[in-house]
Ligand binder design. Structure first.
Ligand SMILES: Cc1cc2nc3c(=O)[nH]c(=O)nc-3n(C[C@H](O)[C@H](O)[C@H](O)COP(=O)(O)OP(=O)(O)OC[C@H]3O[C@@H](n4cnc5c(N)ncnc54)[C@H](O)[C@@H]3O)c2cc1C
Ligand code: FES
Length: 324
């Protein structure tokens, strides 16, 4: 493989380009673990890639195809290849971590603290994610998890992991105990707080989508950012609204925080807002808000919230999201 017209690395024929790159310590975003469904692993291949495969078609726009983009998790190496890896991917590193916290926060979500080995530090932006190596799962052996910790904590990260029935990655992480080791790489992703503006920060979280939003909030608080932060946090029931006490307490202390928790299936003793988070936001957010938005949660929530934001004049290019 010739990378960026500069480096040459030996590849294993018959194996995907993505796997070859990982084996040579080039870490490419691959949030779906190589299943061809996230589209994150695309890179420009300038020579030797052959024709685009049917399994790549859906994830590549016609403009990307013209530019030479390929889904590296689908493309198998059969001959010499020339490719381009963007500069920002070259800073992604591999880490060995040790579990230091593994606490259930709801019936299916665990808060997991991972300490880096003593000589390591990780530098990331609030909102970004890591990819955890899932042992023994063959080609699709990485899963993406957003950091919920404040990026100032460079020696330990925290993630929140929702257990998916029969889920390989979430099942593995839920099975780990304090003291166990795991491998991961990062940081990844362009979902992170933009700091070159004075606009209001509108954060919307659904369920475990709270993780990267919490990182943004902790960073905002730690650095006393002089911007109003709107936090809309939706969950099904009180039991699912984890970390609510932390935000409620912050809401009391921080004049710049406007916190709106809401339950879609409220319990009898819930005195807060009820309904889907996009409706709650629609009522609470003024029409003339000068804001930029960070959304994380299930696709259906992201779509509904985006519609409300656009109706309030927040343009598409000021809305960032991670859907999962
Ligand atoms: C950028 C990014 C950040 C992410 N951050 C987080 C995070 O902070 N916390 C977190 O818990 N997850 C996060 N995810 C999702 C995570 O990467 C995995 O996709 C998730 O844990 C499922 O992986 P698994 O291996 O357990 O399930 P798999 O073994 O991959 O899937 C098992 C089965 O469950 C289905 N399935 C997969 N996901 C879901 C779902 N959400 N609901 C219902 N069925 C599903 C699959 O289609 C399959 O049939 C993130 C994803 C992305 C892309
Ligand atoms: S499409 Fe997800 S890793 Fe390739």
């Amino acid at each position: 493989l010739t990378i960026n017209n500069d480096k040459e690395v030996q590849a294993r024929g018959g194996t995907t380009l993505l796997r070859n790159l990982f084996e040579s310590k080039y870490f490419i975003p691959s949030a779906c673990g190589g299943k061809g469904t996230c589209g994150y692993c695309k890179l420009i291949v300038t020579e030797g890639g052959g024709s685009i495969l049917p399994t790549e078609e859906l994830m590549l726009s016609s403009a990307e195809k013209k530019q030479g983009y390929r889904l590296t998790c689908q493309l198998k190496v059969k001959n010499n290849l020339k490719l381009h890896i963007p500069e920002e991917y070259l800073n992604i590193q591999e880490y060995e971590g040790k579990i230091v916290i593994s606490d259930p926060v709801t019936s299916d979500i665990r808060r997991v603290g991972i300490a880096l080995s003593t000589e390591d530090e990780i530098t990331y932006k609030p909102g970004q994610y890591v990819q955890i190596k899932i042992p023994g799962s063959g080609e699709s052996d990485y899963r993406a998890y957003s950091m919920s910790s404040c990026p100032d904590e460079k020696k330990q990260i925290e993630i929140n992991v929702k257990l998916i029935p029969d889920g390989v990655g979430s099942g593995y992480i839920h099975s780990l105990s304090v003291g166990d080791k795991l491998d991961f790489s990062g940081p990844y992703g362009d979902f992170y707080l933009r700091e070159d503006s004075h606009r209001d920060i509108i954060c919307v979280a659904g369920g475990v989508g709270l993780a990267p939003i919490k990182s943004i909030l902790l960073h905002w608080q730690r650095h006393n950012l002089n911007r109003t932060l709107w936090l809309f946090y939706g969950a099904r029931s009180t039991e699912d609204l984890y970390d609510h006490e932390i935000f409620a307490e912050l809401d009391e202390r921080e004049a710049g925080l406007k916190y709106f928790p809401a339950l879609s299936e409220p319990d009898e003793d819930w005195t807060g807002k009820s309904g889907f988070i996009h409706s709650v936001m629609d009522k609470a957010l003024p029409g003339d808000v000068n804001g930029e938005a960070y959304l994380c949660g299930p696709p259906i929530m992201i779509d509904a919230v985006t519609e409300v934001l656009v109706s309030k004049g927040v343009s598409d290019e000021r809305i960032w999201y991670d859907k999962f």
